[in-house]
Design a protein around this ligand. Structure first.
Ligand code: UDX
Length: 442
């Protein structure tokens, strides 16, 4: 089966490479000539574990090709996926559909056969209707079924998520669309991955509802963590205790510095807009967005406290370990590290930092921060070491060496990577999230 994917960013490239790996014949299209040139040279535009090898294998096997020519790329394709970006529109938080609409128009103008057009980009409810109308307006005479098929890929685990999904959601309005999508996902269905067929608008909403629910779950446990610190409880045990209830489930209950990334912040805002416009505002998601924003700034204050308070902190140095919004990605979008670095800088604290993959993208976002060659390089001379992102490399720091290099043995662990008793036994002043130890309970 021939598949075309318009947009070779994160979602498009991962989806295209995985479809090719299933044996489909895939063309990935992107307007950016330099991106396509680099892909031809085997250079990935994003950091995603395993993606380069997957692309290389499938290019070699002749199942995966790249082009900037959309008309050429979609020729004969049974399914054309739209996987372009839908960033937050400046000013109002609505998803910006400029790129989606542009691809729909180009597809309509170039189509010379019947096919299914699939929106994989995260798009507001009703976008499928607009895509359908745009294609019809081009005068396209062929049968086109517009289908919604949202992605649920986590950065850093995207290939596994694509190949072993909890579910595949397909929103289609006719049998042609449903049948074609069944063929697209046949290899996965054979692996027992469940496919949920819904109408198109429902499928579009499922994506936003899933991300908003996950963001709510995280924000809920983050608030519980604050409460734990006040009342002398341990949030990790609270997570375990509630997560063992099958109705709640154990995942996404890890308290931390607040969610970031390319999806949750953008999609919660877009859902709020949709809900407001539809006259069914979501008070819960509204609160989640506010609480999460406030939390990121509060993390800066937590570090200042560890440095002895805002007065004492002035002129001191903090070492941030991890800058990306989560490990195994170079993505800095809405990373809590940005708010932490900002708060510390504003308070007159000098900030050094190290991240295994994110420093290149982080540097322009935090110009006052000194980027270091290694974790220990950042720690040298620091008055507080702050774990912001839980990269594996920070899970087993040599605490004796940290103590030797640092100016003061102060560790702020915003991801609860360490055990309080062990770190305190090693002579550190330790603060973490929602685990009231001798210091935090006071
Ligand atoms: C998310 C969704 O998981 C994915 O299904 C969707 O398609 C895109 O958005 P991603 O943004 O890659 O994926 O990251 P995810 O692993 O979900 O983490 C999002 C944020 O929540 C990160 O900042 C992470 O640190 C935070 N998080 C996650 C927590 O703070 N606690 C948790 O328990 C889980």
């Amino acid at each position: 089966m021939k598949i075309a994917v318009a947009g070779s960013g994160y979602v498009g490239l991962v989806s295209g490479a995985c479809f090719a790996d299933f044996g489909h014949d895939v063309v990935c299209v992107d307007k950016d000539q330099s991106k396509i040139d680099r892909l031809h040279d085997g250079v990935m535009p994003i950091y995603e574990p395993g993606l380069d090898a997957l692309v290389e294998t499938n290019v070699k096997a002749g199942r995966l090709t790249f082009t900037t020519d959309l008309a050429e790329g979609i020729r004969g394709a049974a399914a054309i996926f739209i996987a372009v970006g839908t960033p937050s529109r400046r000013g109002d938080g609505h998803a910006d559909l400029t790129y989606v609409h542009a691809v729909a128009r180009e597809v309509g103008e170039a189509l010379a056969h019947d096919c299914v057009v699939v929106t994989k980009s995260t798009v507001p409810v009703g976008t499928g209707d607009e895509v359908e109308r745009i294609i019809a307006d081009t005068g396209c005479a062929h049968r086109v079924s517009v289908v919604s098929n949202p992605e649920f890929l986590r950065e850093g685990a995207a290939i596994g998520d694509f190949k072993r999904p909890d579910r595949i959601v397909i929103g289609a309005e006719d049998d042609f669309g449903r049948e074609t999508m069944r063929q697209v996902y046949r290899p996965l269905h054979l692996n027992q991955s469940p496919i949920l067929f819904t109408n198109r608008r429902t499928s579009e909403l499922i994506k936003y509802a899933a991300n908003a629910f996950l963001a709510t779950k995280i924000t809920f446990i983050n608030e519980m963590a604050d409460l734990c610190e006040k009342v002398g409880a341990d949030v990790q045990d609270v997570s375990r205790g509630i997560g063992m209830d099958g109705r709640i489930g154990p995942k996404f209950l890890h308290a931390g510095p607040g969610y970031g990334g390319s999806c949750f912040p953008k999609d919660t805002l877009a859902l709020l807009k949709t809900a407001e416009d539809a006259g069914a505002p979501s008070r819960i998601v509204e609160a989640v967005v506010k609480v999460n924003d406030t939390r990121k700034r509060a993390m800066g204050r937590k570090v200042l406290d560890a440095l002895g308070g805002p007065e004492a902190a002035r002129g001191k140095t903090a070492a941030l370990l991890g800058l990306t919004f989560k490990p195994n990605t170079d993505d800095m979008r809405d990373s809590p590290a940005i708010a932490v670095a900002q708060a510390l800088g504003d308070a007159g604290v000098e900030v050094k930092a190290y991240d295994p993959e994110g420093m290149e993208l982080a540097a322009p976002l935090m110009p006052a921060v000194t980027m270091c060659k290694s974790a220990y390089d950042a720690i040298e001379g620091a008055d507080a070491v702050v774990i912001v992102t839980e990269w594996d490399a920070f899970r087993a720091l040599d605490l004796a060496r940290v103590k030797d290099l640092a100016n003061a043995p102060v560790l702020v662990d915003l991801r609860n990577v360490y055990r309080p008793d062990e770190v305190r036994a090693a002579g550190f002043e330790y603060s973490s999230i929602g685990r009231a130890g001798p210091k935090e309970a006071s």
